[in-house]
Design a protein around this ligand. Structure first.
Ligand SMILES: Cc1cc2nc3c(=O)[nH]c(=O)nc-3n(C[C@H](O)[C@H](O)[C@H](O)COP(=O)(O)OP(=O)(O)OC[C@H]3O[C@@H](n4cnc5c(N)ncnc54)[C@H](O)[C@@H]3O)c2cc1C
Length: 473
């Protein structure tokens, strides 16, 4: 009888799971495992990392879901590249199955696991699960990977057959799960972590949590196009952390968007396609993980200014929308997409700090951190990426604020010291005359910082630096 070990990674659900379904379809016995990988955990800066806690709760739920299906989940704490071959050998399986991960570090780890397994005569098979189209499945007519989004999106839609979005069966194959005696799930404390404010901030881990978030969004999906840019309103789906850890299936989301069919749903589907787009960019152009996608921009001159970087990280730049965004990130691990664009543009083009410093800060803080989307977003904002914001488009943090948070509701939520400032000055409080400051009880810089840079001057400096690169190349 064929015995398979299914290894969960970014796919923490027991339904519509391509690799798990493939393992069960063999018709033998399927054991399941998840590894809290020390190679990842030991490198994290914070001991109260919300992502670790999200995974931990999701794993507890997953173990329950598997138990309900007659299976069980081995949960290990160690180095995956050692733990997986050791467990596979102990269980005497024929093969290890999992879903593909496209990040360079994950690919290295998987190559090492494959090699170790091969030496003990155990197979290793991976499956497409987290993307609808992956790697080189979609190519231009010239046979090259796409580097521009709109033609990629057109090809994505043209090549999509609804059968590709069908759910992979798991429940109907549940008889093939192996029920094993398993050790208790290690606690966060045993792994050197502590509880964060994740649950207090309203995040509900696990696939049941994902379904709650989805159900809430389905009623709002048709309004997505008009609502998506206002951080103070509930316009977006808030599903990214579930997509990141696979507590929801991408096929399920795309099916909902297609079935809805409204303008809002089409616009949302486009965002899901951006996700696939950036997966294939990182896969086909791995140099972008550490350097500019457009290599000439590696010559762009940046400033080293730890004080300015800290002011940006802590939400103390004196620009209320940027500060509200950065404090939302610090407090909750989430930042609205419009604000990610504004905050990233501010760091790179107003402060002239290397986009990689911002990318690293987001990587540390974002619950939904994903190397391909984060790198793609940063290089878009820095104009160094594929299909990026043109270098001469520089977000004005004041007009962005007036347009997308007109009453300052979002600003007041995250920058409470500006509560009393009137709508007229909320976007640029330094413009308040002293009489107005006395009136509203907010004195600058006593209660809130003056702007760390003058946007108009910073804009001119950025344009000059970008032009210097373009002239030289
Ligand atoms: C500088 C910067 C950094 C970013 N870093 C990340 C990151 O680390 N992880 C991440 O998932 N997204 C990242 N994004 C993309 C986007 O901001 C988030 O996906 C979105 O804000 C998540 O909220 P939501 O689920 O409510 O999104 P919705 O607006 O509801 O979008 C639905 C889904 O589409 C996908 N999506 C949306 N926009 C993008 C995009 N631009 N690129 C790729 N996928 C997208 C996400 O999976 C998202 O959950 C980044 C964007 C920028 C500008």
């Amino acid at each position: 009888m064929q015995k398979i070990l299914f290894w969960f990674r970014r796919d923490l659900r027991a339904y519509d799971n391509a690799g798990l379904s493939a393992a069960l379809s063999v018709g033998g016995l399927v054991h399941c495992v998840f590894v809290f990988d020390r190679e990842i955990l030991d490198a994290l800066h914070s001991r109260s990392d919300r992502r670790v806690e999200f995974i931990w709760h999701s794993i507890k739920k997953l173990a329950e879901e598997l138990r309900d299906l007659g299976g069980s989940l081995h949960v290990l704490y160690g180095k995956a590249r050692e733990e997986i071959p050791a467990l596979a050998q102990r269980l005497a399986v024929n093969a290890v199955y999992c879903n593909r991960d496209y990040e360079p570090a994950a690919r290295n780890r998987d190559a090492a696991v494959l090699e170790s397994l091969a030496t003990i005569g155990i197979g290793f098979l991976d499956f497409k699960d987290q993307a609808v189209f992956e790697k080189t499945e979609l190519l231009t007519q010239a046979g090259k990977p796409f580097t521009v989004f709109t033609p990629y999106k057109n090809a994505w839609i043209k090549n999509l057959h609804t059968v590709q979005l069908d759910a992979w069966p798991v429940e109907s194959l549940a008889q093939y799960f192996s029920w094993d005696e398993v050790a208790p799930i290690p606690t966060l404390e045993e792994m050197g972590f502590e509880t964060s404010n994740l649950l207090k901030k309203g995040f509900v881990p696990g696939s049941a949590g994902a379904q709650q978030v989805l159900a809430d969004f389905l009623g709002r999906m048709s309004h997505y196009r008009v609502m998506r840019d206002f951080p103070g309103k509930k316009g977006v789906s808030y599903l990214s952390v579930h997509q990141r850890f696979g507590t929801i299936s991408i096929r399920e989301l795309a099916r909902h968007a297609l079935a809805n069919g409204s303008e809002g749903a089409q616009s949302w589907l486009s965002e899901l396609i951006w996700r696939d787009f950036y997966f294939q960019i990182l896969f086909n152009f791995p140099h972008a993980a550490s350097g500019s996608f457009k290599r000439e921009y590696d010559a762009l001159q940046f400033d080293q200014d730890p004080d300015l970087l800290l002011a940006w990280q802590q939400g103390k730049t004196g620009y209320p929308l940027v500060d509200a965004a950065m404090r939302q990130l610090l407090e909750s691990g989430f930042m609205h997409n419009r604000l990610r664009m504004v905050a990233a543009s501010f760091l790179v083009k107003d402060l002239m700090i290397d986009w990689r410093a911002g990318e690293a800060w987001f990587a540390e803080q974002l619950n939904d951190f994903d190397l391909s989307a984060n790198n793609g977003g940063w290089q878009w904002a820095a104009s160094t990426g594929c299909d990026a914001q043109p270098y001469f488009r520089i977000f004005n943090p004041i007009s962005q604020s007036e347009k997308f948070d007109p009453e300052g509701a979002f600003i007041r939520r995250y920058v409470p010291e500006l509560q009393g400032v009137s709508d007229r000055y909320i976007h640029a409080p330094w413009m308040m005359p002293t009489t107005e400051q006395d009136l509203c009880g907010v004195k600058l810089p006593r209660d809130y910082p003056m702007p760390v840079v003058d946007h108009a001057k910073a804009r001119e400096r950025a344009l000059a630096r970008y032009k210097a690169v373009r002239t030289a190349s």
